[in-house]
Design a protein around this ligand. Sequence first.
Ligand SMILES: [Zn+2]
Length: 196
Amino acid sequence: MILPIVAYGDPVLRKETEEITKDYPNLKEVIENMFETMYEARGIGLAAPQVNLPIRLFIVDATPFEDDEDLTEDEQKYVSTFKKVFINARILEESGDEWAFNEGCLSIPDVREDVFRQPEIVMEYYDENFKKHKESFKGMVARIIQHEYDHIEGILFTDKLSPLKRRLIKSKLENISKGKINIDYRMKFPNAKKKR
Ligand SMILES: [Zn+2]
C-alpha cells in the first residue's frame, strides 16, 4: 500500500522517535509499504517519520546510483546491490573530511542543496529479521544512511544549511507545508487549507 509522505512542517518530522521490538504490530507490512511508497516517489531512502510513524526505522535502496558516472567503478558495484532495512540504528562513529553533495528529500520536494557530511560511519542496527549488525559504510551509501538517520533524530537536511541559504528557501518551505507545490506522488501537508 502506498502511504502519503508527510511534508515539511509536520511535527512528526521533529519528534523523538522510539526504538521498536520484533513484536511491533505488522512490522513486515510496514516495511513493505515503505518500500512501495519510496519507489512510487522514486526515492533512494525513506524514514518512518516520513510516513507518520515516530519509530527508529528507515530503508535505503542505493541501486539507482549503479550507473552514476561520478562514482568509482568499485562504488558503482557496491551500490548496485545495496538495499537494506535499518531498525534501532545508532551511529557509533563518523570520520573523514566532510564532502558536499546536492541532497534532496521526499518530504521537501523541489528543494536541493549542497550538504556537507563526513564520508565514513560505523553503525549498529538490526535488520528486518531483528539480527544485530555492526558495520561500516562509506561514500554515497554512508551519505544516504546519514540523511535517513537524521530523520529518526528529528533532523532535516535543510537544518544543515547556512543561515543565508535557509533564509533564501524560507518561503519555498512555507509553500511546501501548505501544499502549494506540484508533485506526482501522494503527500500529506500540515498547513493545507481544509477542503469543505
Ligand atoms: Zn529526507
